[in-house]
Write a protein that binds this ligand. Sequence first.
Ligand SMILES: [Fe+2]
Ligand SMILES: [Fe+2]
Length: 263
Amino acid sequence: MKVLFIGDIVGNAGRKALRETLPHLKQKYNPSIIIANGENAAAGRGITKAIAWDFFNWGVHGLTMGNHTWDNKDIFEFIDDEPRIVRPANFPEGAPGRGHTLIKANGKELFIINLQGRTFLPPIDCPFTKVDWILEDHAEHKCVLVDLHAETTSEKIAMGWYLDGRVSAVVGTHTHVQTNDNLILPQGTAYVTDVGMTGPRDGVLGMERNAVLQKFITQMPVRFTVSEGSWHFHAVLIEMDESTGASKSIQLIRMNEEDLLLI
Ligand SMILES: [Fe+2]
Ligand SMILES: [Fe+2]
């Protein structure tokens, strides 16, 4: 089966990119299951119920989150009752929501796990130990995708090796920059360090660039807002063997707003 995984959707431009791009990508690649990272969907900070439902209505089957999970307080109203959204599983005990879930669509099943790295991010529970426990408890699932939301390339590469042969895919999110190290690891796990970002192209990681520049130059406190304007769309397409759970291919997808005119 083919799984389309879309990198962090950022703000208005990211939502527009998703709405405009998905019909074309569905037609071109025919993915059975579509997963997206939604941690920046509401003005760069968290997600609302209305936005999540828009994504589901447009064809997204499951959403992963990250360090911005709690930034929009709307999330507390619905995350416990929404089985299609996962937040990092290694958030400490007692956090609302769930860290893993089974997504079913088009007659296929994909078990998804969200983890968050600990290097240059808050010192939450160990993602390596946590994923061991989850996989032990859910050994019945063949096709498993892990979104490791992390800052450093090393922590993500380490997780790729750690899970090679135990899950179908380890995809990185959070840096908003797509890496071109997509590969199938020796035991059949598809891997990429970062899927990238679906959002405004002319800012700095999705934020309005003048404010970011001012911060770098003056080192004074500056309020960041999400950037607007034209978008780019970053995703990966992973082909998994349903009988073994191993992946056959992982392909980068990278589009600019102008590319839609060429389709
Ligand atoms: Fe993000
Ligand atoms: Fe993040």
